[in-house]
Design a protein around this ligand. Sequence first.
Ligand SMILES: [Zn+2]
Length: 410
Amino acid sequence: MAKKKCPYNVILISVDAVASPDAESFLALPAFKYFTERGCFTDNVNTIYPTITYPIHTSAITGKYPERHSIAHNEPWQPDVNDKMRKWYWAVKDIGTRTLWHAAREKKLSVASLLWPVSGKATGVIKWDFPEVLPLPGEVPVIKMMQYASKLWLAVTELRYSKFRQGLGRCSMDDYMALLCEKLIEKKNYPDLITVHFADTDDTRHNKGVGTEEDKAAILRMDRRVQRLIDAVKKRGIEDRTVFAVMSDHGQQNIEKGYIPLDAKLCDAKLGRAQSLGMGAYIYADDLEKTRTFLEENSSELHIKYILKNEELRKIRAPREVVLAVQAEDGYGYVDRNCECDHLGDHGFGLEAPGAKTLLWLVGGPFKKGVKIGGADIVDIAPTIAEVMGLAMDDCDGKAISEAFEKPLD
Ligand SMILES: [Zn+2]
């Protein structure tokens, strides 16, 4: 076996769009039960504001709140572009600060990343990189990927394994990522750090709703993918030196009552713009006082649950450029002007929602076994993995979750 530079290799798995209300279902599944028995678990991880995928994953991988990284949303604000044509934050340089991937590379460790948000164009940082990049209408998926992924590795994997890919939908892509993970684990020089983002559950909940038969089937598929990774590690004979960290980012809620065109209403009233977060929105206005008064006076028509003012946003360490925001009443979402949204499930809710408490398993290596820990913050994930791998990540907002370690941390 090749000599390794750090005591443990780490596989960080993100299961998108599940949270504390899903804990019971997950704990009953074979792969997750295996993790729960062999590691630490909590269903009490505080996610960050906004409760949307890219800012959360960026907080997990940097250990910093959005006020200190540059990912305020899944996509840069493009107010007059139809949502199907919008660019997202796809390149690692968009993050604007150091990540766990950088910390691993600085120690000359090897990194792989599969469909992790904001991980593209990471030459010199991520050796095996298949980032989450969505081709826009008219773009050829493979050509688009070539611009963002590790080119040579992508070409080789496309030649060898693309015949096993059932399609380009999220379920098929997640299955394909499990296959690529298996192949990476089989390598003589397997990666020291793998980050992989499965989002079949997110996609299914948006399109079919939470608690549906389709949703239950998606959760079972998630378990099977994770099991494939466990089996690959066992088969490779590296169980003793492999640490699994499994996180989630946010839950979802059903949108029973529909989407409110908040952005269009503000435009009509010439009071600014709204940028939808799903069940919430950022508000941009020249005259903040006037716009806030309008929102307050029309809160029942606009189904506003509450308004977040600058002071509250600073307290929850929101992106710095956001100084006014709203949360929708349960069952409602917001849609931007010139866009349509027919999601049956969504997120972007406030931090008081049950779906803002997420799930975390820390399994193997230095972690306690069969223990339920009290809780953690999303920003603790990078420093905790850095601690396991002996990496330097001192500038984080979060800290290593000491309660999870067998031996006390220094
Ligand atoms: Zn998500």
